[in-house]
Design a protein around this ligand. Sequence first.
Ligand code: GLC
Length: 482
Amino acid sequence: MGKKISSKHDVAGRKLIYQIYPTAIGDLRDIKDALPLIAKLKPDYIWLNPIFVSPWVDGGYDVADYCKIDPRFGTMADFKRLVAEAKKYNIGILLDLVLNHTSNQHPWFQKSIMHDSWYKDYYVWLDKPLNWNSFFGGPAFDYEARRGEYYLHLYDQSQPDLNFKNPRVVHEFKNIIKFWKDQGVAGFRVDSANILTERNLKHGMIPRLSGFFSYYQPKDTVQILDKLLAQEDLFTIAEPVGGNFMSKKTFRGLTQNAFNAAFNIGTLDVADTYMSNKESIRPINYKRWLTKLADWSQESKFSLALESHDTPRAVSRFNANPKALCMLQFCLPGNYPCIYQGQELGTKNAHLSNNIDDYPGVQSRMIYRHLRREGKTKKEAMRIVKHTSRDNARQPIDWGDYLLQSKNPDSVLGFYYQMLEIWRNDPVMAEGKLKVRYIGAQGVMNFNRVLGDRSYFVHIDLTGKTASYLRNDKGEKILQTR
Ligand code: GLC
């Protein structure tokens, strides 16, 4: 009989998460200094994108040492000070746990290459490559001459996939989780959480299509994650990969024990992309997007996010009014919404350069190469990259603007403060059932939230042409965009 896994009810409940892409703020001391302003939103958790030692090929998602802070962010003492200071504001720090792969600079990989007897099966090695494609373009198997074999990398070639069928790998992460718990972290956001184990190591995978998932073993992955994460006193949130195709079954499997909550980036992608493909600019399909969002918002463990370090800015992407977007995120049901730094200021896409060499992101450069190979002109390729690039949302925060907006109730930030008070305190917003009334093709949506004999009416117009508002059952507007 296997040991019964404890569920995560102890830290369940409604939580607001605030995501920080650390280089956009500075180092750990800068993040600590920003706490008084960020704390005004009253987040329960701050999720930091990776801050571990890394060669930084993929913004820190290529980890070379999971238990050391990258010097660009400071020291372990700085980290502990940040944790302690955040605690004063009742904010827990969540770290980004990159399980699926390491950097090729990680000592585990270096030893695995050399057939070290302990480490040789830490990664997915094959003597013949399969024809799989990586998410970042090009083949997913690369030859390593010193080992004389091919290794799997679902992302960049510098990010070899770990072999989670090897109990030693699972054990390593048990220790890593314990290490950070001892440093005072409140939990983790887990990267690429549903693709840790491959079912079929054979030809035929086309990652951008739904067939991709037949190569993965959700059940095995979930069992591993349950063992690693189902501890009552850590808050855990999954980033499953799956684009438009992620099923509720997969989602519920992940959130049953291992995770308190999970994202589904596919709920945004249905608006304008196919399997997160960023190689074309498509018109926004508001109806499809808002219908999907409304449906998923009713999953109690769904984390509703409108942007992240992996997307362009929502205001630019959806051509939307920032206050209307705020109402969309916080008037739909949702227990674990996540705000991406700067979203609360109405930040738009950055003014990115026309020269691809200026782009730090490995993905932007990959997209550019693809588009050029397909015959697009430089100008056309750059137009697409500038619109879809995740580098758009990885730019420094304007703290001067932040301070000004924080004092102005009419600003976007002022509006977030008002909306969040209602989100946090109003039982109809917390528990009311969703009744969708209307979803139009142009970004207008009407719905009710109903709790017992109380009912709210919400009108959202993403174009900003009409005011968006929240009206109570007495007909009073308790919040409106202008
Ligand atoms: C996740 C991260 C993304 C990263 C990828 C590879 O999707 O959010 O930024 O590039 O994993 O680690």
